[in-house]
Design a protein around this ligand. Structure first.
Ligand SMILES: Cc1cc2nc3c(=O)[nH]c(=O)nc-3n(C[C@H](O)[C@H](O)[C@H](O)COP(=O)(O)OP(=O)(O)OC[C@H]3O[C@@H](n4cnc5c(N)ncnc54)[C@H](O)[C@@H]3O)c2cc1C
Length: 365
């Protein structure tokens, strides 16, 4: 249930194993647009070979900056190639593949409740459908997972971005820290091509004047990108809570509906690919009756990785006051380049980790 990336990818991967219906409340998939679309090579591969057609740009590093030390920066390099994908078109592609494999996609149909004891979906028009397994992929608002008691204590950031037409020669994304940009998170500038950039930020509270300040202060003044035209503005919620209960009887949550976003970057597609892989394997091995038990066992790795990332984020915030202060300290230190061996798990090159710890120790003593 939910025709976003979580629901559609589930449909694509399990439609050969059982009959699958996907229900989407909007009249089309990929709507409303909210995501930046930065994903690792592993995640892109899992989306299927046709997804490569919707890669808009690729990167091997990000530039991290802090507005209080404008002349210095930290280069975050990746072993993997990171792709910027066209999210709405990825969803259209997944919906085509899903339907070509025999799956049924129902548009403009909203599920309003789930009867967990009977594994039934109840729709706005009063119809009730019974299933062997219900996958709830309703996105960040998590209304149904909350109503089932699977999730509570939700905290969110609001992400807002704009596509800007502007000539630019940026070859990689910039990630901008500083409390004038965001208290709790950061801003970003991602080159789509030489004529367009995507500018965004996330924070507990975001409005257009804040986004406009980022455009003026960073894009124009700092990067010298002028003569720009704001083409469109869009955004959405980013769950920041720890993952909640992933399954209840034969009901499984996938994606933002069960808060599996990465707490440091806000990325959610990596976790979805993991959840869908585990579900596919558990269905292959055991049939739908056992899906939740096998599924939960299979998810241990992902959930542990996410919990460690939450722990790291909390440690950093406790020690430095904010993510932004931590990055400022890093940029102030002698370290000006760090390589991530795994973009999704934040695994650092051991040599870089050593240098980083040494510099931080010096800064803290
Ligand atoms: C500003 C921003 C930038 C981001 N950038 C990145 C990024 O660069 N990389 C990354 O990996 N992640 C990113 N994310 C996170 C990523 O977009 C999400 O993790 C991902 O979209 C979650 O997919 P989903 O299928 O769980 O939910 P969604 O994509 O929200 O899809 C849920 C779908 O369910 C439908 N639906 C909801 N309720 C019902 C109902 N009751 N009945 C029927 N249909 C329903 C909705 O209409 C929607 O189509 C970003 C998020 C934001 C907000």
């Amino acid at each position: 249930m939910g025709g976003g990336i979580g629901g559609l990818l589930t449909g694509v991967k399990v439609s050969g194993l059982c009959d699958v219906d996907v229900f989407e409340e909007h009249h089309l998939v990929g709507y409303p647009k909210h995501c930046t679309g930065l994903i690792s090579g592993k995640v892109l591969n899992f989306l299927g070979c046709g997804a490569g057609e919707f890669v808009l740009n690729t990167f091997n590093n990000y530039t991290l900056t802090h507005t209080s030390i404008p002349n210095r920066e930290l280069r975050l390099k990746f072993r993997d190639t990171i792709s910027l994908v066209d999210r709405p078109n990825i969803e259209r592609y997944l919906s085509d593949v899903f339907q070509s494999r025999g799956g049924s996609l129902y548009l403009s149909l909203k599920a309003v409740a789930i009867d967990a004891s009977n594994t039934c979906l109840i729709f706005e028009d009063g119809t009730i459908r019974k299933y062997d397994l219900i996958v709830v992929a309703e996105g960040a608002k998590a209304a149904l997972t909350k109503s089932l008691g699977m999730c509570s204590n939700s905290t969110y950031l609001v992400g807002m971005q704009s596509i800007i037409r502007a000539n630019n020669d940026l070859d990689s994304p910039h990630v901008i820290f500083g409390c004038d940009i965001s208290y709790e998170f950061f801003g970003w500038v991602v080159p789509i091509d030489s004529k367009q950039v995507l500018v965004g930020l996330a924070d507990r509270y975001v409005d257009y004047p804040k986004l406009n300040y980022l455009i003026k202060s960073y894009l124009s003044r700092r990067l010298g990108i002028n003569d720009l035209v704001v083409k469109e503005v869009f955004g959405g919620l980013i769950p920041t809570s720890t993952p909640c209960r992933q399954a209840l009887r034969n009901i499984i949550g996938v994606g933002d509906a069960v808060f599996v976003t990465k707490p440091i970057s806000g990325g959610g597609i990596y976790s979805i690919t993991n959840q869908v892989r585990v579900l596919e394997e558990s269905l292959r091995r055991g049939g739908t009756d056992y899906a939740s038990k096998m599924y939960l066992r299979g998810l241990l790795n992902l959930l542990t990785t996410l919990k460690i990332q939450h722990l790291l984020r909390n440690l950093v915030i406790n020690k430095f006051g904010s993510l932004s202060n931590f990055v400022m300290k890093l940029i102030e230190s002698e370290v000006n380049e760090v390589t991530l061996l795994d973009y999704d798990k934040y695994i650092l090159n051991p040599l870089d980790l050593n240098n980083l710890l040494k510099s931080l120790r010096a800064l803290l003593t």
